[in-house]
Design a protein around this ligand. Structure first.
Ligand SMILES: Cc1cc2nc3c(=O)[nH]c(=O)nc-3n(C[C@H](O)[C@H](O)[C@H](O)COP(=O)(O)OP(=O)(O)OC[C@H]3O[C@@H](n4cnc5c(N)ncnc54)[C@H](O)[C@@H]3O)c2cc1C
Ligand code: SF4
Length: 430
């Protein structure tokens, strides 16, 4: 039986593994992280340390919570990703958004894949029934300003279990949120290997013959007939660079900036995050309690129940790179122009609910949607495969996206990964 190796067990990896197994391949998924465990510490224990300003570097999170990997760019932007089974979907706020317009512009039609995902992955907008009065008030303010807010569809495995604890980004303790590893649970033909870091793809005579993988202190070569890389927008380029295939310095990350205000008794942190979204050109706006800023930004040193914040998530310029150690992700003038427009709009929203702009403050610039280092063009629209890669080596993550979307990418990554896996099977004659 032909053997496939999939690297990474996030949105792209699990989707690709499932499809390859459906074509009859024997699939091993190598995942650098281990089984996901949601953040187990009692947050109240950290309050004295927070008040004393002892949380000063966001990279400290990875010590307490190794499933969250934090990397800082030289300009201070904080990049967050999941390193565990399920990848970043374990940390996601569960937004299930189709956003494939830039792929469609290249001639890539994902209609069939999205239709299949709708049947395969549980999504719901029924959470509105549980919104707080404040969330409803914000929704009306968005409406009154003509911002066309839409209730966010959420990936929910079992919506009835959602307690609205507000902690989606630290993992769901209640089994409510859907994560990508569900795609391969009990799928025949898929074997998940945890704690297995792939260093490089071995290429001989123009073909990928396997991967070099480090597991439990042992490094070995594992042979395969086909290799699919889905180690995420930061992980995949690093593996390819180590394999002698240079990545393009076109990294995007969808930067996030929150604009917040003090609001006694708001209780936003105990709501489902991002309950609704307003899509504007090059950014989205949504209510979001930013735990990263709460712990690490001195302007947020007040009780968590007394903060209201609005998230700006923007589409950034494709300029940047990551070599496994150093994240080079400068924001350029065009990025700052988008941010300035979005900040103005947040001020308008706050004014609509009675908060003057001088009473607002910012969160910490962060990001968690990396991609773009192997961007597809029209030339690859049919094959979804770059000529610089051996015939039997594929990418199935946001590295393929032609540009930043400034929108939640999980659903689109899965649709693309499904199609990539099918192309891969076609090449193998299946
Ligand atoms: C806090 C947060 C909230 C988010 N919320 C949303 C949301 O609500 N909706 C949405 O659509 N998107 C959201 N995103 C973004 C989304 O989660 C990611 O863009 C998406 O999951 C990426 O999928 P992926 O498969 O490409 O990579 P990932 O899910 O990041 O998976 C890559 C996997 O590869 C593993 N890996 C990396 N390198 C190696 C290696 N060398 N060897 C073996 N394994 C390796 C990693 O450990 C990881 O598990 C969020 C992101 C973050 C950080
Ligand atoms: S808000 Fe709901 S989905 Fe999110 S972590 Fe809490 S219980 Fe889970």
């Amino acid at each position: 039986m032909a053997k496939a190796i999939v690297v990474g067990s996030g949105a792209g990896g699990c989707m690709a593994a499932r499809e390859l197994a459906a074509c009859g391949l024997d699939v091993a998924v190598f995942e650098a992280g281990c089984a996901f465990r949601s953040f187990a510490w009692d947050m109240d224990r950290f309050e004295p340390l927070r008040q004393a300003g002892l949380f000063f570097d966001e990279r400290m999170i990875s010590l307490l919570f190794p499933q969250m990997r934090v990397v800082k760019a030289q300009d201070g932007l904080v990049h967050v990703a999941g390193r565990a089974v399920g990848g970043s979907t374990a940390l996601a706020t569960g937004n299930a958004v189709r956003y494939d317009r830039y792929l469609a512009e290249l001639g890539i039609d994902l209609d069939a894949e999205f239709a299949e995902l709708e049947r395969m992955v549980p999504q719901t907008t029924a959470h509105r029934a549980g919104w707080s009065a404040l969330t409803e008030r914000l929704f009306r303010a968005f409406e009154d300003l003509g911002l066309d807010p839409q209730v966010t569809p959420k990936f929910m495995e079992d919506a009835a279990r959602c307690t609205r604890c507000g902690m989606c980004v630290l993992g769901c303790k209640y089994g409510a949120k859907w994560t990508a590893d569900n795609l391969i649970a009990d799928v025949e033909g898929v074997r998940l290997v945890e704690g297995a870091t792939v260093r490089e793809v071995v290429v001989e005579d123009g073909r990928a013959t396997g991967v070099v993988v480090r597991t439990g202190g042992k490094t070995e070569l594992v042979a395969a007939d086909v290799v699919v890389l889905a180690a995420g927008g930061l992980g995949t380029p690093v593996i390819l660079e180590a394999s002698g295939i240079p990545a393009s310095p076109t990294l995007f990350v969808d930067p996030v900036l929150c604009v917040a205000t003090r609001w006694e008794g708001a209780g936003l942190e105990r709501q489902l995050p991002m309950p609704f979204v307003s899509e504007q050109s090059d950014y989205i706006l949504s209510p979001y309690f930013d735990w990263l800023s709460f712990y690490f930004n001195k302007d947020w040193r007040m009780p968590h129940g007394d903060i209201v914040s609005l998230m700006i998530k923007m589409a950034d310029a494709s300029i940047g790179s990551y070599d496994g150690h150093r994240l080079d992700k400068p924001l350029v003038d065009s990025d700052w122009e988008v941010i300035a427009r979005a900040v103005d709009q947040c001020h308008d929203i706050f004014e609509e609910v009675g908060v003057p702009r001088e009473k607002t403050f910012f969160g910490t610039l962060n990001a968690g949607h990396p991609g773009g280092c192997f961007p597809l063009t029209e030339a690859e629209a049919e094959t979804l495969h770059h000529d610089v890669l051996p015939d039997n080596l594929f990418i199935a993550d946001a590295s393929l996206f032609p540009r930043s979307m400034g929108n939640p990418p999980i659903l689109t990554i899965m649709a693309l990964a499904m199609k990539v896996a099918r192309k891969c099977c076609e090449r193998l004659g299946r």
